[in-house]
Design a protein. Structure first.
Ligand SMILES: C[S@@+](CC[C@H](N)C(=O)[O-])C[C@H]1O[C@@H](n2cnc3c(N)ncnc32)[C@H](O)[C@@H]1O
Length: 247
């Protein structure tokens, strides 16, 4: 796969999660990693909470929402402070995890989000389906010169693809769906168990185990060979989304 592209369709223009927020009649929406707020501006929700330590808002976040709160903090600080989490006024119906792109950060964001969810919540993780191994490089200083001048110049997924084998191994009870949204996929996780503490309890062991797994084309290919990718259009256009997620 080195230098090449995965079969995932780069020309698709489905965003997926914004349309899903409308279909799910989302009351409470949580986004970790907001940046300029481009995606959040497309979300339909009664209440939206965005968390990012380096907000650079340029989009109209109030659109299609009754209340929007922005929290200038890392996700770890957010989850550690119940008074910040209380801005959500309850479990998120939909959470989008798009903060720092290494697997140990996303693992914490995932188990912390699951802990404040309810069994009907849906967690969506971004960038877990890299198109090649270069965009998955963990270290930005190493990644930048390798991507310069390529058609994926600004695409950094980091190694969050490792969340897929982690959840497959440690949380076989979850229902996971892999969508072909451009550019680097959406991983939708339902059938959540807020009281399941396995990922948090075994965090250091998991980080060590998957730190030893090389972040290379062979292992990314192995990850792809263990999943089935679904066309997002099946869910966002016409389809009854409840039949796809265990919610
Ligand atoms: C890819 S951007 C988010 C884009 C946004 N979700 C969208 O689709 O429009 C990633 C963001 O994660 C933020 N970030 C980095 N470390 C973070 C952390 N520890 N907690 C929360 N957000 C973080 C960065 O500041 C950056 O704005």
């Amino acid at each position: 796969m080195r230098g090449g592209e995965r079969g995932i369709e780069t020309r698709r223009r489905e965003r997926g999660n914004d349309l899903l927020s409308k279909k799910r009649e989302t009351k409470r929406y949580l986004e970790i990693g907001v940046d300029e707020g481009v995606l959040m501006s497309h979300i339909y929700a009664d209440l939206a909470v965005g968390v990012d330590p380096a907000l650079r808002i340029s989009a109209n976040l109030a659109k299609n929402k009754q209340k929007t709160y922005l929290i200038s903090a890392t996700s770890d600080s957010f989850f550690a402070d119940p008074s910040l989490v209380a801005n959500l006024s309850g479990a998120p119906d939909l959470a989008f995890l798009d903060g720092f792109h290494t697997y140990e950060f996303l693992l914490r964001d995932f188990f912390n989000t699951e802990a404040i969810s309810d069994p009907r919540s849906l967690i969506i993780m971004h960038d877990c389906l890299p198109l090649n191994d270069v965009m998955a490089i963990r270290d930005l200083a190493e990644w930048r010169p390798k991507m310069m001048g390529t058609r994926f110049e600004n695409w950094w997924t980091g190694d969050v693809w490792k969340m897929i084998p982690i959840l497959q191994k440690y949380r076989p009870d979850l229902k996971i769906m892999y969508l072909d949204c451009a550019p680097t996929g959406l991983v939708c996780v339902s059938n959540l168990s807020p009281d399941n503490g396995i990922l948090k309890q075994r965090y250091h062991e998991i980080v060590k185990e998957f730190g030893e797994r090389p972040n290379d084309a062979a292992n990314i290919d192995r990850m792809y060979s263990n999943i089935q990718i679904t066309a997002a259009s099946q869910i966002t256009r016409g389809g009854e989304h409840r039949s796809f997620f265990r919610i």
